[in-house]
Ligand binder design. Sequence first.
Ligand SMILES: NC(=O)c1ccc[n+]([C@@H]2O[C@H](COP(=O)([O-])OP(=O)(O)OC[C@H]3O[C@@H](n4cnc5c(N)ncnc54)[C@H](OP(=O)(O)O)[C@@H]3O)[C@@H](O)[C@H]2O)c1
Length: 359
Amino acid sequence: MTQRALELASFGIGQVSPSPLVGCVIVSESGEIVGEGTYLYKNITHAEVIALNQAGAKAKGGTAYVSLEPHSHHGRTPPCTEALINAGIKRVVCPIEDPNPLVSGKGFDVLRQNGIEVLTGILKEEAEKQNEKFIHWHKVGRPFVHLKMAMSLDGRIATRTGDSQWITNEKSRQKVQDLRYEYDAILIGSNTAFVDNPSLTDRSNKPRNKKLTRIVLDNSLRMNINSKLVLTAKETPTWVFTDSDDEEKINQLKDEGVEVIQIAEGGRNLQGILHELTKREVQSVLVEGGAEVAGSFYDANLIDKISFFYGSVVIGGKDAPTAIGGKGSKMLNSATKLRDLTITKHDDDIELNGYPYAT
Ligand SMILES: NC(=O)c1ccc[n+]([C@@H]2O[C@H](COP(=O)([O-])OP(=O)(O)OC[C@H]3O[C@@H](n4cnc5c(N)ncnc54)[C@H](OP(=O)(O)O)[C@@H]3O)[C@@H](O)[C@H]2O)c1
């Protein structure tokens, strides 16, 4: 049943930030599923309450399977612990605590104090992975940074002449749209904005509760006024981080709806950028290149997850750019390793996901 609670929670992907994904199943005393709920930010009502409302009187004496610890404080809604207690639930099965300090451990305590049996730890890893962005945001205090790069089998992101579209196939590119759907923001460097003229939109065609924010690191303010990003900035949030004080260009960009954020060292100040994004409740960022920007995040040890999409092509050439620029690791024993690797094929393309860790 915890698996089902996690599945219900997953129906909220793209529709809960800055809240967590939560799903709930109510099983009656006789073992029948009597209520199910998924939390969606716009609907306000929490998964537990949706499921309890469905269950009605049948919840009494039953078990609630919840994918994340129920909250015990007054937030946008009254405490879910109160709803579970009032419904006469006898047992709560829940894999993990909520990392939000307002909730953490307190929800379980309140339930136990009210005579409810609380069972934790089942499918813990799956539950943590499902809410990895939310958990990271609360525990580390900055957005979850996911680097995604598309490259040839020999690690090139473009040919020596800069030809880069497309290295990967349509299925891989569709998968990238699904990735964008899960993120609050996409971030690129000014060269990519200039050379590729991307639109950086979420074309997954799935509902989202917040618009995807597009971020460009651009200290020289090279953003083209006629680029797709600028021309659509009034509909889709577009932020430029810079240390430039070129008033004329800043005003041109602002007139088109671009938000120009001036900070010391501009795009080079990754900690400052992440701090600013944290203040703006951006919980997760998909870094989509290019090589220089990927290298800066790598060198600063600020990558939490990596996705490499390999097209079935070899490009070669010492002047063809590779995926991660910057300084890179000095010695092999200090190079970044990846844990929890997953490999998926999209026809002849290969998608590799992993989590960097230091040894
Ligand atoms: N295959 C892929 O997945 C993929 C993805 C993206 C791009 N690309 C390709 O990669 C090429 C562009 O990549 P690139 O490496 O030349 O450029 P890039 O990483 O897109 O942009 C680099 C520029 O961004 C600005 N910048 C601001 N803050 C920065 C920071 N913290 N770190 C690094 N740069 C920062 C700098 O210019 P200022 O000093 O002027 O601000 C810098 O020159 C294009 O050919 C594009 O098609 C491929």
